[in-house]
Design a protein around this ligand. Structure first.
Ligand SMILES: [Zn+2]
Length: 286
């Protein structure tokens, strides 16, 4: 999960733009007369999001008994359609992160309602509730019930790169090496934060994603490592000395990746390889 800076757009400016070209005068008046309600709901969202209490926001079916869920969906569709002035806000939010913050790798092509608009229509066009993401993560999130969804990490509020939590286990087979990623609780995290990280990791199938990346990275580097090992032996090094050269190389890659991102799958992968005598032995005989 990648943290994003919260958007600086307000629900008020988005709403005013959404109703600027509608034909429904009643809806225009109702939204205008309830702008302060949207603003106070937005402030409450920011307050609760920054203190980990978004789950305490109550679901609802309308806004002040005047604006229905379907009308809010209609206004959100105004944001989505390219010919509307409010589309500019959609594009600004989408462009705020080229990569999907939920998985960290997919291309952001849509906006996710962190609190679903079907259960929280007051936040249907509220920027702080709209997160750019990839189609796969959006689909995964849509498939969850509201209660489960509240356990996801929120890219605008939750920072999970304050400690290392991603680790990798390697499996040695005669012809190849396999990788499996897992989440381990940092000692300075409370249980609730760890449970949400684990739920996020499992629900978005991040192990499968990282396994695929790691397998490709390993294949790309295997010839290089074997060649480095053989060169050491040809230059008169013992097996022990050649193993140290390989470990130093893997250690350099680990340190460089860790410096970039402590919870990158490469950091976890190179950490596991550099510490594995079984892998070094496998390389010797490969
Ligand atoms: Zn994604």
């Amino acid at each position: 999960m990648r943290k994003l800076p919260p958007p600086t757009l307000s629900s008020k400016e988005v709403l005013i733009s959404c109703i600027s070209n509608i034909m429904d005068n009643t809806l225009f008046t109702d939204v205008n007369s309830n702008l302060s309600l949207y603003e106070s709901a937005e402030k409450s969202y920011e307050r609760k999001g920054s203190t980990g209490n978004l789950h305490t926001i109550q679901s609802h079916s309308d806004i002040n008994g005047q604006i229905t869920k379907n009308q809010m969906m209609f206004l959100y569709n105004k944001m989505v359609k390219k010919e509307n002035p409010s589309r500019d806000f959609y594009d600004i939010l989408l462009a705020s992160s080229r990569k999907c913050p939920f998985c960290g790798y997919g291309k952001s092509t849509t906006l996710d309602h962190f609190l679903p608009k079907s259960s929280f229509p007051i936040y249907a066009v509220t920027p702080i509730n709209l997160v750019p993401c990839c189609k796969d993560c959006n689909t995964t999130k849509l498939a969850k019930t509201t209660d489960e969804e509240l356990l996801f990490l929120h890219p605008y509020f939750d920072n999970v790169d304050d400690s290392r939590w991603l680790y990798c286990e390697i499996g040695i087979y005669p012809e190849t090496v396999g990788f499996r990623f897992k989440v381990v609780k940092p000692s300075n995290w409370d249980k609730e934060k760890f449970d949400r990280m684990q739920y996020h990791f499992e629900t978005f199938n991040l192990n499968d994603l990282f396994m695929n990346f790691a397998t490709e990275e390993f294949s790309d580097n295997l010839f290089y490592l074997k060649d480095l090992h053989n060169s050491c032996l040809q230059n008169g090094a013992t097996f022990t000395e050649a193993a140290l050269v390989i470990k130093d190389d893997l250690n350099s890659k680990y340190i460089s990746c860790q410096y970039n991102l402590v919870n990158h799958w490469k950091t976890a992968m190179y950490d596991s390889l550099r510490s594995s005598d079984v892998f070094i032995n496998w390389l010797k005989n490969y």
